[in-house]
Design a binder for this molecule. Structure first.
Ligand code: NAD
Ligand code: HSO
Ligand code: ZN
Length: 425
């Protein structure tokens, strides 16, 4: 992890670049996969499972028995932990349900809006290098609360904890397929996998690019949620061992992850880098984490204001504020997926069980996108009802506007009714 001391603002763009391939490079690899799934359906899914995941699949639909038996294949401790995480995530996402008021914009003109669950959703659960069953909770719980009728799960992993969580969250069907081909299958449908209206979920660069590509083909997506990243802001009093553990927690996701340490004090940066080396040696995924650390940076800045500027430029997926008064800096952060305040709020609590959603925008997309929430799984339909008296008030306004836009049929839809009201009087 290289140290950069007091870089100028002009250097930030290059300094804060992500290590991921460009979209154009990934697209070249992923588009042919999507095209082949669209043309050859299940046959292509079998071929890519063999090519990329080294599994020979006849049937990739997970059976009811596999889903049911999963509970018996995980430890009681893990089952209890998943159950508690389920509760916390449910509580947080249920609190996002809001009943909106019906308003009378003019006398007799009533307007209101209602959230309706998207009927068919697809959730992608990463499973290439680790079986991320926590992602099942993060996606299927809000889908369940939103009232989505069909929840299709795809994952290259058949870890029983994925299936236990799937059962618990009301998944309607699961398929053991991964990568861009799974995204393509849920977008276009195959003989076995149904097409859905919106695809959710994090994944590696192939999965993320596939979601972006299919979003141009008429299916909605949540957001680009690619290789994990974390930025930590530390001051002189921060705990170097804590910060190092946070940096490593995201570095271990994959070689293309990136972690950023921003410090207002050189000593804390040096100590943290030493701690990273110490802790890294004990990690089973040290090779992956070490590669991610090669893409990572430690940046010394003059004060918290400069740190805030830099962090808003970076727009981290996760931002940890390991500083004396984290609320003060948090108030000025406008670009981040999820913020963790204080020394005792490790990012991994948000990954698993505190309640917030871990499916978050990466690669700077936090500038414009939010992470997954209940809102992601609903559409908001607007309604209106106008009384005769209301139309008598509103109608003439619409007539004038329609005439000015030279759209006579629009005007007539009002005029014909106003005449009818007059005739009845
Ligand atoms: N942003 C978020 O919210 C978030 C949350 C969780 C995880 N993640 C990220 O998800 C990712 C999980 O990655 P993963 O790889 O372990 O699992 P994954 O399930 O995303 O991807 C595995 C699939 O990639 C495909 N693949 C592998 N090599 C390929 C190649 N050369 N060409 C085409 N396809 C190929 C395979 O089909 C395989 O099934 C990590 O980068 C992690 O950081 C992000
Ligand atoms: N940190 C990931 C989001 O970038 C989520 C996750 C799942 N399991 C562990 N971590
Ligand atoms: Zn994580």
């Amino acid at each position: 992890m290289n140290i950069y001391e007091y870089p100028s603002r002009g250097q930030y763009k290059a300094l804060l670049a992500r290590p991921t391939l460009s979209f154009a490079e990934i697209e070249m690899r992923v588009r042919p996969i999507i095209d082949e799934v669209a043309q050859k359906g299940d046959e292509a899914l079998r071929k890519f499972a063999l090519d990329f995941d080294n599994i020979l699949l006849n049937d990739f639909k997970v059976t009811d028995a596999e889903l049911r038996d999963a509970e018996n294949q995980i430890s009681v401790e893990l089952k209890n932990a998943i159950d508690q995480a389920y509760e916390n995530i449910s509580v947080f996402h249920k609190a996002q349900q809001v009943e909106e008021a019906q308003v009378e914009t003019m006398p007799g003109v009533f307007c209101w809006r209602k959230s309706v669950g998207i009927q068919k959703v697809g959730i992608y659960i990463p499973g290439g290098s680790a079986p991320l069953f926590s992602t099942v909770l993060m996606l299927a719980i809000p889908a369940q609360i939103a009232g989505c009728q069909q929840i299709v799960l795809c994952s290259p992993s058949n870890h029983p904890a994925i299936y236990y969580a799937a059962q618990k969250c009301g998944i309607t069907e699961a398929y053991r397929i991964g990568g861009a081909q799974a995204v393509a299958a849920m977008a276009v449908g195959t003989e076995t996998v149904p097409a859905v209206y919106k695809i959710f979920g994090p994944g590696n660069q192939y999965v993320t690019a596939a979601k972006q590509i299919v979003s141009q083909m008429g299916v909605a997506i949540d957001m680009p949620a690619g290789p994990s990243e974390v930025a930590v802001l530390a001051d002189h009093r921060a705990n170097a061992a804590f910060i190092a553990s946070d940096l490593l927690s995201q570095a271990e996701h994959g070689a293309d992850s990136q972690v950023l340490l921003v410090g207002t004090d050189k000593d804390i940066i040096l100590k943290t880098i030493e701690e990273v080396k110490l802790q890294l040696a004990f990690l089973p995924r040290k090779e992956l984490a070490a590669k991610a650390l090669e893409n990572s940076k430690a940046i010394l800045v003059k004060d918290l204001d400069e740190a805030t500027y830099l962090l808003n430029e970076y727009a981290a997926e996760h931002l940890i504020l390991s500083i004396e008064n984290p609320e003060e800096v948090a108030a000025n952060i406008v670009n981040a997926g999820s913020i963790f305040l204080g020394d005792y709020t490790p990012e991994s609590c948000g990954d698993y069980a505190s309640g917030t959603n871990h499916t978050l925008p990466t690669n700077g997309y936090a500038r414009a996108y939010s992470g997954v929430s209940l809102d992601s799984f609903v559409k908001k339909i607007t309604y209106q009802k106008i009384s005769k008296a209301g139309l008598e008030k509103l109608g003439p306004i619409v007539e004038i506007m329609a005439e000015a836009e030279q759209l006579d049929a629009h005007k007539n839809a009002v005029t014909i009714r106003l005449k009818n009201i007059k005739d009845q009087a």
